[in-house]
Design a protein around this ligand. Sequence first.
Ligand code: ADP
Ligand code: MG
Length: 341
Amino acid sequence: MPTSEFELIQRCFVDQGLGFARAGVELGIGDDCALIAPLAGEMLAVSLDTLVAGVHFPLGSLSPLDSSAAAPALIANRALAVNLSDLAAMGAAPLAFTLGLTLPHDDAQWMSEFARGLLPLARQFDCPLIGGDTTRGPLAITIQVHGSVNALRAPRRSAARAGELICVTGTLGDAAAALQLIGAESHLGRRLAFSREPNNSDSDYLRSRYFAPSPRVAFARAAAPFMGACIDLSDGLLGDLGHILAASGVGARLDTLTLPFSPALSNTLDPEQCELAALSGGDDYELCFTAAPTDLSAVRDCAAALGLPLSVVGEIETQKGLRLSRGAEPIESPPSAYQHF
Ligand code: ADP
Ligand code: MG
């Protein structure tokens, strides 16, 4: 990297405070490698996500050419949040992150705004920027997070067992509604039918659920000892639960009447559209996990301590496949993501 580019990293990222010190990070930005150490007796948990402009975030309203200074900050916040959510799904504590930035041209203002969007989450999760790479090309952002986890407690996708309850944190379907509000494609591949035009506060709430997902790290750290399998909800409950079922070699039943919806979603969509958004919408970054019935009260306590809604939506069964119902009434033709398995 030419000196001027390193100066840009220094000015836009380091001087803005993204490279702060923390225990376990021996060396950050500026050398050939960063040096990090997981906690004694723990393992390094590593996950990487790439966001490509126009594919993973809407280009039209958020391109670097956009005059709205908030755009790069929104992208940055979301990019780091979805990575932290992967650490949460593994029960890992964030240590640090690295950043691969592909930019069409040198743009100090864009980079500063981008850094401004990273800083609150980096601070909140004590997860400093420790290095990366910067290249020219169409806008793309890769973030790799590094965390520390007790490997024996990491809730792997393969660990679900028949008889365990299927739980989800928070509310589902908000992000799919938000994507439609900003005119972008969601995982649904079809449009939701709004029953009412959302008012400003509902609309703001739904958008914030897409642009600023809340990684459930604190909850997962507390509840991991009681979890069987865990996954974060990026593609929609049907698809993501399907990954757990496939990896664990089990099936499940799921009652859609128990799915948790936010007031903003319920104000805007009829119940069956809420259900569709929750099952197949994706981008909510809540956690879906299994827990033995005897551990449910412990798990509920972990959620309550954080003010986080927790819902039991189904049960793991020996028989493969997923059986959906609305209360006692079976759903014979579930939405398309059902075909994942
Ligand atoms: P090298 O050529 O040894 O790979 P570079 O010249 O690419 O190193 O980068 C110099 C330093 O700047 C390294 O410490 C690297 O981690 C850091 N760096 C480069 N790009 C970024 C970025 N986008 N974010 C954070 N750190 C970066
Ligand atoms: Mg390099």
